[in-house]
Design a protein around this ligand. Structure first.
Ligand code: SAH
Length: 251
């Protein structure tokens, strides 16, 4: 059996209980070395075989899983954050399907949730935005044309932008082209939930300078939108004059 486990954004106690139990039982762990906190590996059994996937190809990863399966061993494939977000798990699952190896997925706390906690922010504020757009700038992995950054920006929704810290000049330009203003609030969250976490507040216009001045080049999320501002409407759910399924209005 193979388990794809979300390790969470960094802090070792932000993995799920289920993920942690699986790590303790694993005979083989393949972890995404570039971002997963290595302290998670301290839970591994003494005779657990541990591989860092950073230096492996997809085929090599699958071979390790297939070998383990043949020896009736249990494998944990440890991904950063939640495996469904830029985790490259679909291609692994498809090859495991071909090989007849069963697997399960254990969710994790994605870094965009870790970033919201670091910012003490709510992404979905009434009257501001009820939508979070998770996206990235095109890098070596292209982004479909219909999802071009300025088209997404034109919604003026909350945006959580992954994998783009090295591309802030063009990010800024695309956000402005889409209708955000120079002074639209933005933030950079570096290594959310890690001990070295850093939060920088700025605006769409200052994003490139903010990163440059603070020497942030990777492992950061860019958050954009008026959710970082001061104005919003109160929720209906907790409004005293609002009746719903579980509560009668008191006013
Ligand atoms: N599956 C992961 C994302 C992997 S893609 C998740 O759910 O979070 C890698 C990108 O995620 C990085 O380039 C960075 O943009 C972001 N990232 C991962 N961990 C982060 C953290 N602790 N703080 C800020 N950004 C992070």
């Amino acid at each position: 059996m193979v388990y794809f486990v979300g390790a969470g954004p960094g802090a070792t106690d932000l993995i799920t209980v289920r993920g942690q139990e699986l790590l303790k039982r694993a005979d083989v762990i393949i972890y995404a070395g570039s971002l997963v906190n290595k302290e998670h590996l301290a839970l591994a059994k003494e005779d657990c075989r541990i591989y860092n996937s950073a230096s492996m190809t997809l085929e090599e990863v699958i071979d390790v899983m297939k070998d383990a399966e043949q020896q009736e061993k249990m494998t944990v494939r440890l991904h950063t954050g939640d495996p469904s977000i830029y985790g490259a798990i679909r291609e692994q699952m498809d090859l495991l399907n071909d090989a007849g190896v069963s697997y399960e997925v254990v969710p994790g706390v994605s870094s965009f949730c870790g970033a919201a906690a670091a910012l003490k922010a709510e992404y979905t504020l009434p009257d501001v935005s009820q939508t979070v757009i998770i996206t990235r700038m095109a890098g070596r992995t292209p982004v479909p044309e219909k999802e071009e950054m300025s088209l997404l920006a034109s919604h003026q929704a909350t945006m959580a932008i992954f994998l783009s810290t090295g591309l802030l000049d063009s990010l800024k330009e695309r956000l402005l082209a889409g209708g955000y203003q120079e002074d639209t609030p933005a933030a950079i969250v570096y290594k959310a939930t890690w001990p070295e976490e850093k939060v920088f507040y700025g605006t769409v216009g200052t994003l490139p300078r903010l990163a440059e001045e603070n020497k942030i080049t990777k492992t950061a999320l860019i958050l954009v939108g008026e959710f970082l501002g001061d104005d919003y409407a109160r929720s209906k759910l907790y409004d005293p004059s609002f009746t719903h399924e579980f509560r009668e209005a008191s006013e």
